[in-house]
Ligand binder design. Structure first.
Ligand SMILES: NC(=O)c1ccc[n+]([C@@H]2O[C@H](COP(=O)([O-])OP(=O)(O)OC[C@H]3O[C@@H](n4cnc5c(N)ncnc54)[C@H](OP(=O)(O)O)[C@@H]3O)[C@@H](O)[C@H]2O)c1
Length: 262
């Protein structure tokens, strides 16, 4: 019992990978708390859980600092100890810098990046005080899109790059007290990728994504990335010299002046 983490708070559990992960974790009889903005979405996920334990539904917009504080307080009145927090919340819309809207810039930065800072700020003092049992876990979902500046992916890619950077810093600063992990998925079939009208190599289902995360939760790994046949290619691309990288992607995706002239 001591070995496993038992109480898990998933933020961004109303759909997609977070929902599939809740379903997977429920099978192990973990205590679950599910958060997202959509109450209906959370209730629907709750109905699919095979768990004998009570499941907490605490709706919350993570980009609102006070809401997050409130939910954290409420959660701590229900549970004596929170073993694991998994931050899956994220928004995405494919766009080029030539047509990205102000609303998308604000929403992406607020939800994908600022909220992660908020969460760290809200929970860290309590997490650092936990002295019993295994290290508590703090796990954030970024994306391989954050490895390097990608075409058709802003402001999403920049927020995920920032999130990767934040989580790395967190690991260096509190890693001896907290098991900090980073999830970097490739393409997963969800409502987010349904917006893409381009070919998505090695796309996997939410169930496969949840299984990959679940399998690595108790490992010593910092980064959980999948599917490997795609993420290793992204890692190689990450280390390509600038001239090669820009030549390849500029040729493939250059728009701007030349596209407008057509
Ligand atoms: N799908 C992929 O190919 C892929 C690849 C790499 C990384 N990711 C990342 O994986 C994570 C999950 O994405 P997904 O693909 O499963 O998409 P999804 O189905 O849209 O899931 C996103 C979740 O985040 C929640 N959320 C969004 N804004 C929120 C807010 N302000 N407060 C609280 N919860 C919020 C959503 O719930 P509500 O709307 O109800 O709030 C939903 O539960 C995201 O961080 C995404 O960037 C996905």
């Amino acid at each position: 019992m001591e070995k496993d983490h038992k109480s898990t708070w998933i933020i961004g559990a109303s759909s997609g990978i977070g929902a599939a992960l809740a379903i997977e974790l429920a099978k192990t009889q973990s205590s679950l708390c599910l958060s997202a903005r959509s109450v209906a979405g959370l209730e629907e996920v709750k109905m699919q859980l095979e768990s004998d334990l009570p499941v907490l539904i605490l709706p919350c917009d993570v980009s609102q600092y006070q809401e997050l504080q409130q939910v954290w307080q409420t959660l701590n009145t229900h549970w004596s100890k929170v073993d694991r927090i998994i931050f899956m919340a994220g928004v995405y819309s494919p766009s080029q810098l030539t047509n990205v809207s102000k609303e998308m810039i604000d929403e992406s930065i607020d939800i994908n990046l600022k909220s992660a800072f908020y969460l760290v700020n809200v929970i860290l003092p309590d997490f650092l005080k936990q002295k019993t049992g295994k290290k508590p876990q703090l796990i954030f979902c970024a994306s391989v899109a954050g490895y390097r500046g990608l075409p058709m992916a802003q402001p999403y890619a920049a927020t995920k790059a920032g999130l990767i950077n934040l989580v790395e810093t967190l690991r260096t600063e509190v890693g001896h007290h907290i098991d900090v992990k980073l999830i970097n998925p490739g393409f997963v079939e969800t409502r987010l990728t349904a917006k893409n009208n381009f070919y998505m190599p090695a796309k996997i289902s939410t169930e496969q994504a949840a299984q990959a995360i679940f399998n690595a939760l108790e490992s010593k790994k910092f980064e959980i990335h999948f599917p490997k046949r795609f993420t290793y290619i992204m890692k190689i691309i990450r280390w390509l010299p600038d001239t090669w990288y820009f030549r390849w992607f500029s040729k493939k995706y250059q728009t701007g002046a030349s596209a407008n002239e057509k």
